[in-house]
Design a protein around this ligand. Sequence first.
Ligand code: PPE
Length: 308
Amino acid sequence: MTTMDDKDGFIWLDGQWLDWREAKVHVLTHTLHYGLGVFEGIRAYQTDKGAAIFRMQAHTDRLFRSAHIMNMAMPFNKSQIDQVQCEVLTKNKLDSAYIRTMCFYGSEGMGLRADNLKVHVMVAAWTWGAYLGAESIEKGIRIRTSSYTKSYVNSTLCKAKANGNYINSILALQEALATGYDEALLLDNQGYAAEGSAENLFIVRNGVIYTPETTSALEGITRDTIMVIAKEQGYSVVEKRITRDEIYVADEAFFTGSAAEVTPIRELDGRQIGTGTRGPVTEKLQALYYDYVKGRRDDHADWLTFVA
Ligand code: PPE
């Protein structure tokens, strides 16, 4: 099995294209020790007109918001980052890909008090299939409520897509997987549903679509996309606090994320949700989502950045 550091191709680091295997940092890299960094995960899809990056601007904007929240001085501007996120596809001859952009502190200093840290930026891309398995897109997944509470809003700042926030996610996910589930549902410190380890949550009840407010959940771009599409289809979409038992009795539930796309949830904590299959609203929104990302619809043309 090949490892992530052993591929042909190019990775961009601080303004230069490096051979994939040479894109390395020192073991005393500050972010490696303390987790303070910010990143993005963006998908590019194959379309009739070549590769297209889905909602790149929204991702780049969020990257800069995350850096602002974490007080990291970005050494590049948005259009420079956008250009690299396009080039990473052509450089690596990818027509569908997952793009990972990350800003991290280097090995300029150690200790929490290091005051000479520099922000470094990397961009890589690779082929990534269905995040939760191909079957999950059709059949849905079984999830459990995590014993880990979602990071509290005043602990690590949930609006930032920050590296360190993923300790919380990985603990929850590993617990879910080890106990036979496909994914975790994290509740906030008041007991309301926040999100999955890497996905936003939606439920459908009596034809109305609900999603938790983004108090402690990430401001997901797929979440936003689904809200826009659903409203255009005439659904009312309500952002509100959602309890775990509200999910038990929902007609449908699904997760959204750049990696996870639109993944139906068929069971929570051993309770079947609705008919225990992908529900009709989920199926409709999922199909529309694929139509948009794959460039099969002309409206929302601004969501796609074509890469020649
Ligand atoms: N919540 C969290 C905690 C999260 O990490 C993601 C994305 C989302 C919600 C959905 O956000 P958006 O992608 O903007 O719709 N998680 C990324 C990382 C996955 C990984 O394994 O790494 C992703 O989906 O790319």
